[in-house]
Write a protein that binds this ligand. Structure first.
Ligand SMILES: Cc1ncc(COP(=O)(O)O)c(C=O)c1O
Length: 407
């Protein structure tokens, strides 16, 4: 028996670290050694490990109703969750479609965008616009929408959709050039373009690449001229990662569709939502079954996952959590300034990132950090920190002290 791990070259990988338990910002291995989880376990665990209140909510729900088919049936947990979320969303994002993880939230969005046009009788719209380097998940559709520039998925490129990639803007001058190129493409191909899909403000898996909200607003306002569906993939950026509940809260333009997952259950259980506006929803209302959105997963809107999500959103609204989020941002800012040998330093809310000279150096730093009980996971030459919001000032300062030694 051998477990095949994700994103892992099984030939060369070292034996994975066995984790026995978690508590707050810490994970503990078999020998009781503690590790600060500075990547919130693949960006999901926003409130810390083994949060007692979420665990209680899960337990209570499991004793009441563990699951029920979600076609033809509903339950209070799903309804309450959508109601709680709607308080944070622009008014027109009011139709909630459940799925299981970030990739399925994206699959749903890109299928909805395509079918939106076919339901309206426009059959030719099959080009997706993305931002170079974007990552939207590992299922075929999610890979396809991210397009051929993906650092991860080139092997599958023959299956990808036709895409146009906006150049990632590394400076204000780049922004202008990127917008010019986009305008030309839109002008020549507008009736074939289905949707824009983009990670707002921070491209996570591209290596925490950050860009200005003004640029995103400009991109959206350009594509809006051509009735193109706008999808914001907030799978990583949602739930205060970028300082605000959603990254889009820092923008002027709203999307037609957003995708949420990861932090939604506080890192306890897989759950995702694709939330759309009335324009999209209405295009699926018909007496013709072919216009139905024929998509669903066995565990859609699992009540236990919904209970975890409701509790997570309740906790996120507490003053002390909001203060901690603000405090993390300040600690990042102060310490990044002091990190002399770090390159391309950048920060957005609770995410801090910088580069080192080479991938080898980044992975050697990660190894040393691990020996010091700190978990990081560089992406290429990029080192980043994305702690759970319960991390203390002292611990976060400690992480930067260790960085200073190894840089
Ligand atoms: C922006 C974004 N979209 C989608 C996904 C895919 O999510 P999942 O891994 O839950 O399928 C990720 C995962 O990292 C992501 O960062």
């Amino acid at each position: 028996m051998k477990i095949w791990h994700p994103f892992t070259q099984e030939k060369t990988a070292i034996t994975p670290l066995k984790i026995i338990r978690g508590e707050g910002a810490y994970l503990f291995d078999e020998l009781g050694k503690e590790y600060l989880d500075m990547i919130s376990s693949w960006w999901t665990n926003i409130l810390g490990h083994a949060n007692g209140e979420i665990a209680e909510a899960i337990y209570r729900q499991a004793r009441m109703l563990e699951h029920v088919i979600f076609a033809g049936f509903t339950h209070n947990l799903a309804e309450n969750l959508c109601y709680e979320l709607s308080k944070f969303l622009p008014k027109d994002l009011e139709y909630f479609f459940f799925s299981d993880d970030g990739s399925t939230a994206v699959e749903v969005a890109i299928k909805m965008a395509y079918q939106y046009f076919t339901n309206l009788g426009e059959k030719k719209r099959n080009i997706y616009i993305n931002l170079t380097g974007g990552y939207h998940g590992d299922t075929l559709g999610a890979m396809g929408a991210a397009g051929k520039h993906s650092r991860y998925h080139a092997t599958f490129s023959e299956f990808f959709f036709e895409t146009f990639s906006i150049n990632f803007p590394r400076s204000p001058r780049n922004e202008a050039t990127a917008i010019e190129k986009l305008k030309i493409f839109l002008n020549q191909n507008s009736d074939q373009i289905c949707a824009l899909i983009i990670e707002p403000l921070v491209q996570g898996a591209a290596g925490m690449q950050m860009y200005r909200s003004e640029f995103l607003d400009q991109v959206v306002s350009e594509v809006r001229k051509y009735k193109i569906v706008v999808i914001f993939d907030e799978v990583m950026t949602g739930f205060f990662r970028t300082g605000t509940m959603f990254a889009m809260d820092q923008c002027t333009e709203n999307p037609d569709i957003i995708c949420l997952s990861k932090g939604i259950t506080g890192g306890f259980l897989p759950l995702a939502l694709t939330i759309v506006n009335r324009k999209i929803y209405n295009a699926f209302l018909s007496n013709d079954y072919k216009k139905t959105f024929i998509h669903g997963h066995s565990y859609t809107a699992n009540p236990i996952a919904c209970a975890a999500a409701i509790k997570t959103i309740e906790i996120l609204q507490r003053k002390e959590i909001r203060q901690n989020i603000e405090k993390i941002a300040q600690i990042h800012k102060r310490n990044l300034q002091k990190l002399d040998h770090a390159l391309s330093k950048r920060q957005q809310g609770t995410i801090a990132a910088f580069e080192v000279e080479s991938e080898e150096k980044a992975s050697s730093i990660a190894k040393k950090m691990l020996q010091n009980g700190i978990i990081i996971r560089p992406i290429g030459k990029t080192i980043y920190l994305m702690p759970p919001y319960c991390i203390t000032t002292e611990k976060l300062e400690y992480v930067y002290e260790i960085f200073t030694q190894y840089l």
